[in-house]
Write a protein that binds this ligand. Structure first.
Ligand SMILES: [Mg+2]
Length: 318
């Protein structure tokens, strides 16, 4: 039954108890859940940006690697990262939750993870749905407003290629977890508590970025999505990638679920002003050329040499 159909005075029952528990944990972070649908105002001159993302146990995460709070937080952060890549401001989110019996016992921890994400990332919970199932699944639909949208298709020959943050942490954390060792705290934090670059995305949109994508598959793989959508050739200079301590350039190029932004913008972009504003590095890592005879795509260079395209990291495929 949709959360929006219920209120705190509803009768007994495990499902209602679960929903009540979440609403009580969320308090004022849950907005407008008392009607059949949420009503949201979009300011004149803005457009609505909508994206959805599903996280499924044993596909996108493993229970033994993350706390329930982290799993819930992370599912929202991943969804909001897509709004960040569009230069959008969150308006709200809708959560579709499928719970097993065992996960129902963790509902307070899950609710608290959603609450942290909602509060810290500025996205009220405006509706949802609860179902029983054979594994935990979290579907998060995010809604945002945008005045000047960034898309993947605007990269132009002559632009520079930029990336926010430092790369490699999630890959190193996963590698440690998969081998049964403890990741370094800084690497684990990048994996368990990614921060979508929402304010940064808006700044970049306002300061001349021509295209953007969030780094979910690895910078090399995501740059190739930009290149394809823009009909351009992107030269990615592996040795210029900003590295998390302990990561090699190849690892940084492959590391997925970074939720950093990869953008194209003129080389004159004031990266120092960006870094002053957000305390996050903004690094030029290549440039854009016309598609030419080789067609649209990504070329990776290391120093003066062209090197094979690093494969994107697929976390749970093998
Ligand atoms: Mg994305």
């Amino acid at each position: 039954m949709p959360i929006k159909d219920l209120n705190l005075e509803l009768g007994p029952g495990a499902e209602f108890d679960t929903i009540r528990t979440m609403l009580l944990r969320w308090g004022a972070l849950a907005h407008g859940v008392g009607d059949d649908a949420a009503l949201l105002d979009v300011p004149a001159g803005s457009r609505l940006a909508v994206s959805t993302d599903t996280s499924v146990e044993n596909v996108h995460f493993r229970r033994e690697w993350l706390s329930a709070e982290e799993i819930a937080y992370r599912s929202v952060a991943a969804a909001l990262s897509d709004l960040a890549a569009m230069g959008a401001t969150p308006l709200g989110m809708v959560i579709a939750l499928t719970l097993t019996e065992q996960w129902r016992a963790q509902i307070v921890q899950l609710a608290d993870g959603f609450a942290v994400a909602s509060r810290d990332l500025g996205a009220p919970i405006v509706g949802g749905d609860l179902s029983e199932g054979s594994e935990l699944s979290i579907g998060v639909t995010v809604l945002g407003t945008v005045e000047r949208a960034l898309t993947r298709s605007g990269a132009r020959a002559g632009d520079a290629l930029w990336v926010t943050g430092r790369l490699g942490g999630p890959l190193l954390a996963l590698r440690a977890l998969q081998s049964g060792t403890a990741p370094l705290p800084a690497h684990r934090d990048r994996f368990a508590h990614p921060v979508p670059r929402l304010r940064e995305g808006r700044w970049l949109a306002a300061h001349g970025a021509t295209a953007a994508i969030d780094c979910s598959d690895g910078v090399a793989a995501d740059a190739s999505h930009l290149a394809a959508a823009s009909g351009a050739r992107i030269i990615l200079e592996i040795d210029r990638l900003p590295l998390m301590a302990g990561a090699t350039a190849q690892e940084a190029a492959q590391s997925g679920e970074e939720y950093e932004l990869i953008v194209t913008a003129p080389g004159t972009l004031d990266h120092r002003a960006f870094e002053r504003e957000y305390g996050v590095p903004l690094t030029a890592i290549g440039h854009v050329e016309g598609a030419g005879a080789d067609g649209a795509g990504v070329e990776t260079h290391e120093g003066a040499h062209r090197v094979p395209l690093p494969r994107g990291h697929s976390h749970f495929s093998g």
